[in-house]
Design a protein around this ligand. Structure first.
Ligand SMILES: Cc1cc2nc3c(=O)[nH]c(=O)nc-3n(C[C@H](O)[C@H](O)[C@H](O)COP(=O)(O)OP(=O)(O)OC[C@H]3O[C@@H](n4cnc5c(N)ncnc54)[C@H](O)[C@@H]3O)c2cc1C
Length: 582
């Protein structure tokens, strides 16, 4: 295998000059060491090695000249926590309150198990889960035979019931691949033939596509009818009608709140510093606040999942952060497009996008993006000028009308990609009770309910018998969304509680009543951004310029804190420096 790996690397002209250290473990995990000229080469080598037949995964320790990735030293903090001796006990610890951690927590709340979710940030859904396109992908694009492909299909299916039970918005808009050139259209018709004749089942790359329901081929009139604002003259279109749209943080919050209603505890501002294990069995975690003893530890730490696996003593993959930037537009273009619309026509094969294009949120904002850029830092969420240009070009493939001045903000999220580019979900072979839910890049949001189901299955198999939580209630009550009510309903609500008559965010029409609901919810909003994610206050055109100070005042009053102690998003992100007048 080593010879094959060397040959594969040397085959690439740009990489052939490097001397790379290669170690192969008995379970076919390849560890790479050495130094190369730039970060892209680090990533390229990791990918090449992962593709060599027989390689199970890659630990990539190659350094890029001039780039230092700081390693955290938790030893002093761990010493302090051990000395303080604060302890908690539970059955299951989940590390990370993104969509994966929260979906698993809710799934496990169906059983009589004591589950604690620990999250290093001041709120849930603060990382990748808040910064994505919100697409519940139909599953067409996932590589056949991968775990991603399987869980995407199942996850998509599960979303309908989940949205009904948890009362979050799910719009089954479908998504449209618009075809402008004849050669692309011939390919599309080829796919149609494979699907209708079922011959695609005999061709490996077509197998995933054969499993996706609701695929439709449209002529130019049908395309125009669906999306009258598309530019140019489409020849036809390919509609994937099971595509769903959600606000991703809304789904995550709904899952977490329902998990709390059913007995799960959340510990925010709580960072896992180490994993405890003894004789090949995990027995909990050490956090910055206390030691939590547990029989199972589930690693849902996103871009830090490889660091957590290393703490457990089972580092067998590397997460290489891949940043995705997105532009969001004003709601005054609501209805311009009704569904995600992109085109492959005229695209070069070598592109730094996974094929993003124009997208829509359930609230009606247009989104352009995302980009896909390999970066060394797991924290670098900056949006660079070239990202902005690229994103605007993505939108321009399907419309010339929407201009840069209509963008209200750009944001970026980081995909937690491993070198196999697949989800890694399973019990560690070295540490029993330690379960990885890693490499959860796109379609991680779409797959989350299916990921949760799979993890539940892993625990059930290990435990033998999982006692059912007889009082499990799957329903989370709907939240007040004042903006969506009729005038009569608004009047009635204001009569019952005048706080719903006090508009705080003018752009999005968000009331004081809704902000109070968020602050006093199952997972209380304690920062300005947490209020924003729960209510939309600050998400409009002015991006909180008007309502930000008012939200801060309400938070200070309700939490009984000095306004100078209120933060934008936890830790030291204070908004006010000092009281200028007493
Ligand atoms: C630009 C972009 C667009 C995307 N679009 C889509 C899409 O349209 N559809 C789709 O299905 N998927 C999409 N994805 C992928 C999707 O966002 C992710 O797959 C998903 O959010 C991953 O969720 P997670 O819970 O696994 O990770 P995260 O959301 O990153 O959560 C991990 C959590 O672990 C916490 N954590 C880490 N270390 C520690 C520690 N030591 N102690 C305590 N807590 C810790 C973090 O703070 C974080 O909250 C997109 C991703 C990006 C970046």
């Amino acid at each position: 295998m080593k010879d094959k790996i060397i040959k594969a690397i040397k085959k690439e002209k740009e990489l052939s000059c490097y001397e790379i250290g290669i170690e192969i473990s008995s379970d076919k995990i390849v560890t790479l060491t050495g130094e190369v000229d730039n970060w892209q080469h680090v990533v390229d080598i990791g990918h090449i090695v992962a593709k060599v037949k027989g390689v199970v995964n890659v630990v990539n320790d190659i350094r890029a000249r001039g780039i230092t990735i700081p390693k955290k030293d938790n030893s002093q903090k761990i010493k302090r926590v051990r000395q303080e001796g604060n302890r908690k006990k539970c059955d299951i610890v989940i590390i990370g309150a993104g969509i994966s951690g929260c979906a698993i927590a809710r799934e496990l709340s169906k059983y009589n198990l004591k589950t604690i979710v620990v999250e290093k940030n001041s709120d849930i859904a603060e990382e990748s889960t808040k910064a994505n396109n919100g697409n519940i992908h139909p599953g067409v694009l996932a590589k056949p035979g991968t775990l991603k492909a399987k869980l995407n299909l199942r996850g998509n299916e599960l979303y309908t019931k989940l949205s009904e039970d948890l009362n979050f918005d799910l719009v089954r808009s479908g998504s449209l691949n618009v075809v402008y050139d004849k050669s692309e259209w011939r390919k599309m018709l080829g796919l149609k033939f494979l699907k209708k004749s079922k011959l695609g089942n005999l061709i490996k790359p077509a197998r995933q596509f054969m499993k996706v329901p609701g695929l439709k081929w449209l002529n130019s009139e049908e395309v125009r009818e669906l999306e009258p604002n598309l530019k140019g003259e489409p020849i036809g279109g390919f509609l994937m009608s099971t595509m769903g749209l959600v606000e991703p943080y809304e789904v995550c919050i709904a899952l977490a709140e329902n998990a709390v209603q059913n007995g799960v505890s959340f510990m925010l501002n709580t960072e896992v510093l180490d994993i405890l294990s003894d004789n090949g069995q995990t027995n909990g975690v050490i956090t910055n606040k206390c030691i939590i003893e547990s029989k199972y530890v589930i690693n849902c730490a996103g871009v830090y999942a490889d660091n957590i696996a290393e703490m457990a003593g089972d580092r067998f993959f590397t997460i290489h952060p891949r940043r995705g930037a997105i532009a969001i537009f004003d709601k005054n273009r609501k209805g311009y497009f009704n569904r995600p619309a992109g085109t492959r026509s005229g695209r070069s094969k070598k592109t730094n996008s996974k094929g993003g294009g124009a997208c829509v949120t359930p609230e009606g904002n247009l989104l352009w993006g995302p980009t896909a850029t390999e970066i060394p830092s797991k924290e670098d969420k900056s949006v660079e000028a070239e990202d902005m240009d690229y994103i605007l070009k993505l939108g321009a493939r399907v419309t010339d009308e929407i201009k840069k001045s209509e963008v209200i903000t750009f944001f970026a999220g980081i995909r937690a990609a491993d070198y196999k580019e697949d989800f890694i979900i399973g019990m560690s072979k070295k540490v029993r009770g330690f379960i990885n839910v890693a490499g959860i890049q796109s379609p991680g949001l779409a797959s989350a309910p299916a990921i949760a189901e799979m993890v539940q299955g892993i625990i059930k198999e290990d435990m033998g018998n999982m006692p059912v939580n007889k009082s499990f209630n799957p329903i989370r009550k709907p939240k007040v969304k004042f903006r969506n009510l009729s005038h009569e309903e608004q009047d009635k609500l204001i009569k019952e509680n005048p706080k719903y008559g006090n508009i705080i965010c003018r752009c999005e029409l968000i009331t004081e009543g809704e902000i109070l609901d968020a602050i006093h919810s199952e997972i209380p909003a304690t920062t300005i951004d947490a209020v924003k994610r729960r209510t939309r206050a600050g998400m409009g055109r002015c991006q909180g310029g008007f309502c930000g100070p008012r939200v801060l005042e309400i938070l200070a009053r309700e939490l009984d804190k000095d306004p100078t102690k209120i933060t934008q998003k936890g830790s030291d992100s204070y908004v006010l420096k000092k009281n200028s007048r007493e």
